[in-house]
Ligand binder design. Sequence first.
Ligand code: PRX
Length: 653
Amino acid sequence: MSDAAHAVHQVPSRLLDASKCPKPHIDSFETYKKLYEESIKDPQKFWGEKAKELLHWHKPFETVLYGGLEHGDVAWFREGELNASYNCVDRHAYVNPDKVAIIHEADEPGNSRSITYGELLHQVSRLANTLKSLGLKKGDTVAIYMPMVPEAAVAFLACARLGLIHSVVFAGFSSEALRSRIIDASSKLVITADEGRRGGKTIHTKKIVDVALEGCSTVEHVLVFRRTGSEVPFSAPRDLWWHEELEKHRPYCPPEIVNSEDPLFLLYTSGSTGKPKGVVHTTAGYLLGAAITFKYVFDYQENDIYGCMADIGWITGHTYIIYGPLLNGGTTVLFESTPVYPSPSRYWQVVAQHKITQLYTAPTAIRLLRRYGDDYVKGHDLSSLRVIGSVGEPINPEAWEWYYEVVGRKECSVVDTYWQTETGSIVLTPLPGATAMKPGSATFPFFGIETAVLDAESGKELEGNDVEGVLVIKKPWPSMARTVYANHHRYMDTYLNVYKGYYFTGDGVGRDHDGYYWIRGRVDDVIGVSGHRLSTAEIESALILHSSVAEAAVIGVHDDLTGQSVHAFCTLKPNQGETDVNELVLQVRKTIGSFAAPKKIYLVNDLPKTRSGKIMRRVLRKIVSGESDQLGDVSTLADPSIVPVLIDSVQKS
Ligand code: PRX
């Protein structure tokens, strides 16, 4: 079916009915268009005004934008000074100290606790004073490896309060992956927990940190939050208990005022090569992107209770669990569990219990819950919901329709939001009160984001509608990543030198006859499994660490549930005897983490290579997807006779 044939859903009339819902910030497509055009015509005026409106400045900026994509020297709000934690906490705590900032929905149902803005200010201050007492100074890097507890948010904000750069590592990463991120960022401190709880299972967080720190010389201290209270290995004086240290310090710490362009955080993400990149976000621009998109994309209103089901270890958790909601003075739900624990009704119980107004999750969770059937949704009062969001991968129209009809009862706007770790905040999205939705399309660019479709080969801009190519952004925007940590060259080569003068997203895209954007998926070696971004090269590097593996080729294969799944082809070194593929899976778990484990491993005698030795993954992808009759030109293969052998191995496995 062509995109044009897809259904169009108008903005649900309930959202525009003042007797039922608060008036949306943007309540018609004409208003969106007008504002969008203004933002593109004069971005400096638009962003300058929004920066003053949405952020508190200790010293005003003079220059809105300096530099550009050509040279990779972008700086926003240059002379301005501010503090991220002041913007997220203090200014709300002064006006509204008793307003709930964070609701923690713990793994065990019925176990929730709320933290007000006043309490948050005290906690953040105590931790900031602790960090100060440990000798940490502006510009130092702190690794955060924590489960989904409010103290993780406190850790982000305490770092920001002192101008320390947080480097959050998703707590599903293995010791080895954590170690390499700690070393790359020269982190001086690790903030962690004794254990984590997820889906009824215990995660041995502190033990993983201990292994990661073997041979890691930069780390001076490990601050351990007590989540479960179980006995865990503890080595004083390096290790310190969170509760003991915080008690020693006073509940107010003046914020360290930083420059707009001082780094706020690093977040490692996968690219085309084996080594993850430490994407650097700076303070003011990132905060502005988080604040403005949160306000408009989720149509945030004063009394809303907003719930994002992502993990704080990924960019979605950074921008839309912590920074976006708190910058707006909102109430954010921090969910520690899984969509299916203790039953596939969990999300709906949480929505009903906390009267959540905006729910934000990933297509993989939506597909999973759809499989369990509507009965798990029915019987829960979901009438508080106005906006339901999707992020992280393309959402197939069937899952979209289910989300819209069964969860949203056709009374909620579905916002399919497209963005990346590097964009910092949402770049393509419908607006709840304004945009007619097409299931599977992220619709239109957000304010101030000038997108274009380029022909992948020639790099020429494809004007007009009904075009297919790669997605680029034409002008700098405030929340774009500024560099790759200690590797600006790699930043330029990955994002800004591919098509000179443009920011390259790495995604294929179509713009249909109505101008709607449809993300087709990555055009590089990045794959998405359950919304987790993985690099095929990174998994290949992990596999060849195993003593029997000679070569490995990893591909992403379509998967109805997880979007894509990891399939690996390995050749073995001579005289290996029997090799158990489970050992190879274990190797990936150990090197990266369980979420990267291949679903399937094929042991083969040879890989399809060009005469120059380049592995042709395209051939492997076709074979695995059962499209061996559409292999295309295989005459460039060094040895075309291996193709039937490979087909045979895949069919037999
Ligand atoms: O391929 C796109 C996909 O996720 C990639 C970015 O991954 P990450 O940096 O981990 O950030 C994910 C959360 C923002 C993109 O290059 N992606 C993200 N959102 C969508 C999407 N693909 C299609 N539709 C989306 N809504």
